[in-house]
Design a binder for this molecule. Structure first.
Ligand SMILES: [Zn+2]
Length: 385
């Protein structure tokens, strides 16, 4: 720590590396994360493929729009079809037909948000699934085993993500438990059955409290994780608090490891996070909103494609967009597809929205590399509301 910035304490798992290739190590920065399934230029956005598929979008289309890594949900895959079945079908990459990197979450967030939670203690969580009410018990060790059996590239440690608006005491308990589980995760990875090379990321909790985030980061970075994630952001807090929590959380994380802001996206969020040295993002918004007929434009405004003003519009969703939807189809046609609930409409909307997110981060990377970040962020006007 000669230059006063925190660094990791151990080398990364074999087969993985991370290098800051441009900018300031504390952010804004560009990085390159190497995995056994390929490289990820950061900052990068990870489309969410909850059930092992980004809804309505094929792996080939994901490649076409510049997706370098996909996020999949451990909880959903563990409940159905089960990690054993995924393994028997050749592992997650083969199962999904996606040969580029995959990050799986730990399932913790879904347990707290979807399942009928029965109990949580230092040992783990017990809950009934949202599918068939089956009683399941997850521990940090089991969560790591499931992700290894799935065959992910990047596994997330189990964390305790408390609901929004919790007081300091509850946030401190969740942080402490997440820390305990982080240590058990690291201990377990040395003993577990070897499947494929797998990196493991630790998660920082601490709610909206700066001292908890700082103290948590200081302890978390002592552990030999391959990357560090910020959890417990965008769980229902107001926007100002959300944006303020990003820099206070990122500050204490090692600068020489990938840093992942979980579940957050949006132009202003990207700007604040990139300036805090964040490298990876995921969010369901581009695909979920596309299915609800809300499409994004590059300036952050939205286009409601079901609106009748688009009925005879021969132009693309957005001029100068290089996505497959804008290259071929008119707003009028896509409007028609949405009104008729044609599947192609949701696919085209999802491709366009994802491309807008990818393109924004590509432009951000270019801006950092060319020294034009200040100008880039000045041009990003964030519409109110
Ligand atoms: Zn487009």
């Amino acid at each position: 720590m000669t230059d006063g910035v925190p660094r990791a304490t151990a080398p990364m798992t074999e087969g993985f590396s991370f290098e800051v290739v441009a900018g300031d190590v504390r952010g804004p920065r560009c990085g390159r994360l190497l995995t056994p399934h390929g490289a990820i230029d950061t900052p990068a956005f990870m489309p969410v493929g909850t059930q092992g598929t980004v809804k309505g979008v094929s792996p080939e289309q994901l490649r076409q729009i510049g997706t370098s890594i996909v996020l999949s949900n451990t909880y959903h895959l563990a409940v159905r079809p089960g990690s054993k079945s995924v393994r028997s079908l050749g592992g997650l990459h083969r199962f999904m037909g996606w040969d580029r990197p995959i990050l799986t979450d730990s399932g913790g967030f879904q347990v707290f948000s979807l399942a009928d939670l029965r109990s949580i203690d230092d040992e783990g969580v017990e809950f009934r699934t949202h599918v068939d009410g089956q009683l399941l018990h997850l521990t940090p060790e089991k969560v790591l085993d499931i992700q290894a059996e799935l065959g992910t590239d990047i596994a997330m440690a189990l964390d305790h993500c408390p609901p929004p608006g919790v007081g300091r005491d509850e946030a401190a308990v969740a942080l402490e438990r997440t820390q305990l589980w982080a240590r058990r995760t690291i201990e377990h990875r040395t003993k577990m059955k070897k499947w494929d090379p797998m990196a493991v990321f630790g998660i920082l909790q601490g709610g909206v409290y700066e001292d908890l985030r700082q103290e948590g980061a200081e302890r978390l970075r002592q552990l030999p994780f391959d990357g560090f994630a910020i959890g417990g952001v965008s769980v229902g807090e107001d926007r100002e608090t959300l944006l303020a929590t990003i820099p206070i959380s990122a500050r204490g994380l090692p600068v020489d490891r990938p840093r992942y802001l979980m579940g957050v996206a949006g132009l202003e969020e990207f700007i604040v996070a990139i300036e805090s040295g964040i490298d990876l993002f995921d969010c369901v918004i581009p695909t979920r909103n596309a299915r609800n007929a809300t499409l994004f434009l590059s300036d952050g405004s939205v286009l409601r494609i079901r609106n009748s003003v688009h009925r005879e519009d021969p132009g693309p969703l957005e001029e100068d967009c290089d996505c497959p939807a804008c290259g071929t189809f008119s707003r009028g046609f896509i409007h028609h597809l949405y009104l008729r609930k044609e599947m192609l409409g949701y696919t085209l909307g999802s491709l366009h929205n994802l491309r807008v997110f990818h393109r924004f981060l590509e432009s951000a990377r270019e801006a950092v590399k060319s020294g034009g970040w200040a100008e880039f962020r000045r041009q990003v006007t964030v519409p109110a509301g």
